[in-house]
Design a protein around this ligand. Structure first.
Ligand SMILES: C[S@@+](CC[C@H](N)C(=O)[O-])C[C@H]1O[C@@H](n2cnc3c(N)ncnc32)[C@H](O)[C@@H]1O
Length: 223
């Protein structure tokens, strides 16, 4: 959300963004990549340290936690967000049975972010300008031991018009209805991601850039 708003409004917006993620099957690519990372690790490896940057309401990590518990995979989960109200909302939405650390932090300063095996983000990078995206990718490349995964919107006509159509028939918060198309216009296409990765020192052979319909473009790096 780019507008200043109360805690209650921010929480309502983040909650609705989580619904958009579910409705558009946006978590599938992230989870499917995580499955591959886990499968490639040796049996009995230390807990997989997963960091979600720009975690918002925290639904991605709660989903990862539920998946890991079902699969018997040991994980240490940390959600980071610039906005302390987002961190409060994520914490309040997390049942006591889910052990997830929620931390206020900036994707661009990385203060106190520590080590990670996996760094992921959902709907974060379109909030950054080009130079900031490059800095963020470079930091993930240097920090994540097993790899990183960017899940964001795809600047294409279909997601843009689909979102506007869906927004007409749903009761999503008015900020979400307004920001959705703006976010799609701010998001990137594959050629831009190739250039960002190259500028960050990650060669084109090392990353996979893939469209996931209806609305996502994901950039993935497995080490
Ligand atoms: C559109 S929301 C997405 C939230 C969540 N990842 C999801 O998919 O539901 C973007 C989130 O990124 C956070 N954010 C924006 N810039 C950031 C930065 N530089 N560092 C950390 N978080 C940031 C915002 O506060 C917001 O909670």
């Amino acid at each position: 959300m780019d507008q200043p708003c109360s805690y209650e409004e921010l929480r309502a917006c983040l909650h609705d963004i989580a619904r958009v993620n579910r409705l558009t099957f946006a978590h599938r690519p992230t989870l499917s990549w995580l499955r591959e990372v886990v499968a490639a690790r040796p049996a009995g490896a230390a807990p997989l340290r997963v960091v979600d940057v720009g975690c918002g309401y925290g639904d991605t990590l709660r989903m990862v936690d539920a998946w890991a518990a079902k699969q018997g995979v040991t994980v240490e989960l940390t959600g980071i967000d610039l906005n302390e109200d987002a961190i409060r909302a994520a914490r309040e939405a997390t049942p006591a049975t889910q052990r997830i650390e929620w931390v206020v932090g900036d994707a661009l300063s990385q203060d106190g972010m520590g080590d990670a095996d996996v760094i992921m983000c959902t709907l974060l990078t379109h909030h950054l300008d080009d130079a900031q995206v490059v800095r963020f990718v470079r930091w993930m490349e240097e920090t994540a031991q097993c790899g990183w995964f960017i899940n964001d919107l795809h600047r294409q006509a279909v997601p843009y018009h689909l979102f506007r159509l869906l927004a007409r028939f749903t009761r999503w918060h008015r900020f979400v209805k307004h920001d959705g198309p703006v976010s799609i216009r701010r998001s990137f296409v594959a050629e831009e991601w190739k250039s960002f990765c190259a500028s960050a020192g990650v060669g084109s052979g090392a990353v996979s850039i893939r469209e996931y319909r209806p609305a996502r473009l994901c950039v993935c790096r497995t080490k």
